[in-house]
Write a protein that binds this ligand. Structure first.
Ligand code: GLV
Ligand code: MN
Ligand code: MN
Length: 415
């Protein structure tokens, strides 16, 4: 059978996207936060679809859903398709969901055409990709790739609940989490379909993207220690105002990417002010800072500049500032032959493609350390993501699923 004879069902894919998009939908956007009741409901919905596609399900000790279909050659390692179904707070309906439901659509298409692959097929739903929970991202895929860090094991979330409880809520088991690990040779390849989450494809009117690599990301927790005092009686020169200092840091962070152009993007995305009362000079502030760039040297250079600026800001504002790194993800290039598969899949579907790097993080960057990983992107309207306004046209979602199927069939015949 040639690879062009199987066609995914655009209507069915977009129906499942709409169905999953209702689970955890609120007026402010999607709230399918990892391990929440909505997340659990979403996972159950997807597991139902996987069973309908004739797949055998298990949940590994890291809480990842793994659905498997045997291949005709029992000696071959599986080809895996995956992504995530958790969302950021007030998130969108396509980030992660498209990759999972695109993979389900591929499995359904194989089943209804009674097409058996040579390789076993695995569909994987990785848990806590977003890292909203515990502020530790890519948790399921890092567990699978053996990339957990000591801090992951005793992570506690903002509700005071530890990772052991959260994992057991979804069928995982922290005490056996090492058993979720997969080793090089166990997977023949991993493919992930995802929305671009940036503007490149939408602006150029290109339906598909071949991902060249995934950006690196450094994250820091910055703590500014000043002194709380009465806002009415404390003269300005006597203050140790942690929030005023933090504000300078926010702007210094922005300048790293704008004026100085040391790294591609630099963001302060959260801030906690203590005691956070209008009549108190702020005594303490904690900020989350992140830099992203495909060049790890740029991330290190940005860190050095941030530390220098922080020392000056601390002096000028009579506060102390400590900076600790909580994430150091290097950029992950995608192998040329995986990029070529996307190009060929696009050709087979009669669609244009562009090669582009990913500015967002993905489970593929973890799995790339145990097998060759390839990613295909579809356009995000106006480049909006991590927002309730995230949108990808139904036709683009369908193109992505077809490209994923084409990639799978080519890989199955070649690897
Ligand atoms: C993951 O969604 C990221 O923040 O890149
Ligand atoms: Mn995602
Ligand atoms: Mn995301």
């Amino acid at each position: 059978m040639t690879t062009a004879t199987l066609n995914t069902n655009a209507g069915r894919l977009n129906r499942t996207l709409a169905d999953l998009g209702r689970i955890g939908e609120t007026p402010q956007g999607m709230m399918r936060l990892a391990y929440s009741p909505y997340d659990i409901q979403g996972r159950e919905y997807v597991m139902g679809l996987m069973r309908q596609a004739g797949l055998e399900l298990r949940i590994d000790s890291a809480g990842n859903i793994i659905a498997r279909k045997p291949g005709s050659d029992p000696g071959l390692p599986a080809i895996a398709l995956g992504s995530h179904t958790d969302t950021v707070p007030n998130g969108g309906k396509y980030d992660g969901a498209l990759g999972v439901l695109g993979a389900v659509e591929v499995a359904q298409t194989l089943a209804e055409n009674a097409h058996t692959l040579r390789h076993p097929l695995e569909l994987i739903v990785f848990t806590n990709e977003e890292g909203t929970r515990f502020h530790r991202w890519l948790l399921g895929s890092r567990a699978m790739a053996g990339l957990l860090e000591p801090e992951d094991y005793d992570a506690v979330d903002d509700e005071g609940v530890g990772i052991a409880q959260r994992l057991s809520d979804i069928g995982g088991d922290l005490s056996r989490i090492d058993q979720a690990r997969r080793y090089p040779g166990e997977l023949a390849a991993y493919f992930e379909l995802h929305i671009e989450q940036g503007p490149t494809l939408h602006q150029s009117g290109t339906p598909l993207g071949a991902v060249t690599g995934i950006t690196g990301r450094f994250v820091f927790k910055v703590e500014v220690q000043g002194m709380a005092n009465h806002a009415g009686t404390t003269p300005m020169p006597n203050r140790h105002d942690a929030l005023a200092a933090a504000s300078h840091l926010v702007l210094a962070t922005q300048r790293l990417a704008t004026v100085d152009e040391i790294c591609r993007v630099a963001t302060v995305g959260n801030m906690q002010v203590t005691p956070n009362a209008v009549n108190v000079v702020p005594g303490e502030v904690a900020l989350g800072v992140e830099f992203r760039d495909v060049d790890t040297n740029s991330l290190s250079a940005a860190e050095a500049t941030l530390r220098r600026s922080a020392a000056e800001i601390a002096d000028a504002n009579r506060v102390s500032i400590s900076i600790s790194q909580v994430e150091a993800a290097r950029s992950v290039p995608m192998p040329a032959r995986m990029q070529n598969l996307v190009a060929e899949a696009a050709d087979q579907a009669g669609l244009e493609y562009h090669s582009l790097p990913s500015g967002a993080g993905h489970d593929a960057q973890s799995i790339a350390s145990i097998t060759e990983a390839g990613m295909v992107f579809v356009p995000s309207v106006d480049g909006i993501s991590h927002s309730p306004n995230e949108f990808t046209l139904p036709a683009d979602c369908a193109n992505g699923a077809q490209a994923l199927l084409n990639m799978l069939l080519m890989a199955d015949s070649r690897l």
